[in-house]
Design a protein around this ligand. Structure first.
Ligand SMILES: C[S@@+](CC[C@H](N)C(=O)[O-])C[C@H]1O[C@@H](n2cnc3c(N)ncnc32)[C@H](O)[C@@H]1O
Length: 280
């Protein structure tokens, strides 16, 4: 019977250690180094931020990215930052600028921030931190959301756009004027097999599409009446997928919506509708 209190004590110790582990300090994703104003404008311009956007800046410093998104581009947004004094300054500046109804800054760990409402995520963080966020960005953002990173690229992701500029202000930060802005678009998930209805001139039976995907890079092949044809010029930008059939006169364009793709195919000078569903 004496084993019971010992077991209870061991369990209490285990629960306490688990609670302490959960309460651990946030990972430092980088020191406070504000992006020069021209880099901020370029990040928002290249991501085509507009009034329909909700911008989240991860590690928001004095709030300049989210404040500029609201003031200049008409967006709404949220800045998350671990330094409370910078959060207070950001909210104060937003109030003075008359945008406090559209932007908010909170003291919060960026790794614990829910990104699901963002249409644009911006960051100017240490290179390894940017890469630690890859899984979170893919899991929480909707297809079509843009991710903009100042200076550090996401390893293994093909940027939708890259802008390289020379800014004198960067010499004091990184010792060189070179400044890079990487824009990524979160892709729809297309990997796997699809069954597609296509014009009979291409295939009398349903076409089978077999796609592999590494973030936004897609490759694959089509099976048409028994022939295996590699796909060429495959592009996936958010939900917009396009490809041609190697050696055949056929260009497909479509929009991916969950388990269906709908669009048009141009073949033999004629444009027709095509539709695919994800094969189970
Ligand atoms: C290089 S500054 C960028 C500031 C701002 N985004 C800009 O571009 O002007 C990085 C910011 O991230 C903040 N930061 C670092 N680790 C963080 C974390 N785990 N959660 C939230 N903010 C963090 C730092 O305090 C710092 O203000």
């Amino acid at each position: 019977m004496r084993a019971l209190p010992i077991l209870a004590a061991l369990l209490a110790t285990a629960l306490l250690s688990a609670a302490l582990a959960q309460d651990k300090a946030p990972i430092d994703a980088g020191p406070y180094v504000p992006s020069p104003d021209s880099a901020v404008s370029a990040m928002l311009r290249e991501a085509q931020v507009g009034p329909d956007d909700f911008v989240i800046d991860l590690g928001s410093g004095d709030g300049r990215i989210v404040r500029t998104a609201a003031l200049v581009f008409g967006a709404r947004g949220l800045g998350v930052e671990i330094q409370g004094d910078l959060v207070a300054l950001s909210n104060e500046l937003a109030k003075k600028e008359g945008i406090a109804g559209r932007v908010k800054f909170v003291t919060q760990d960026l790794f614990e921030t829910d990104l699901s409402q963002a249409t644009v995520v911006t960051m100017y963080l240490l290179p390894h931190t940017v890469n630690q966020l890859q899984g979170k960005l893919l899991a929480e953002l909707r297809p079509g959301a843009r991710v903009v990173s100042h200076d550090y690229s996401l390893a293994g992701w093909r940027p939708h756009k890259t802008l390289v500029m020379d800014l004198e202000e960067k010499v004091a930060i990184s010792g060189i004027t070179r400044t890079s802005i990487f824009v990524y678009v979160i892709p729809a998930r297309v990997a796997g097999a699809w069954t597609a209805s296509v014009p009979p001139s291409l295939s009398r039976q349903a076409m089978r599409l077999e796609l592999s995907q590494q973030v936004a890079s897609v490759a694959g092949q089509a099976r048409l009446d028994g022939a295996v044809v590699p796909l060429a010029e495959v592009q996936l930008v958010g939900e917009d997928l396009s490809f041609s059939l190697a050696g055949r006169d056929a260009v497909f364009r479509g929009r991916v919506r969950g388990a269906t793709i709908e669009g048009t195919v141009e073949t033999g000078g004629v444009r027709a509708a095509w539709r695919a569903t994800h094969a189970k």
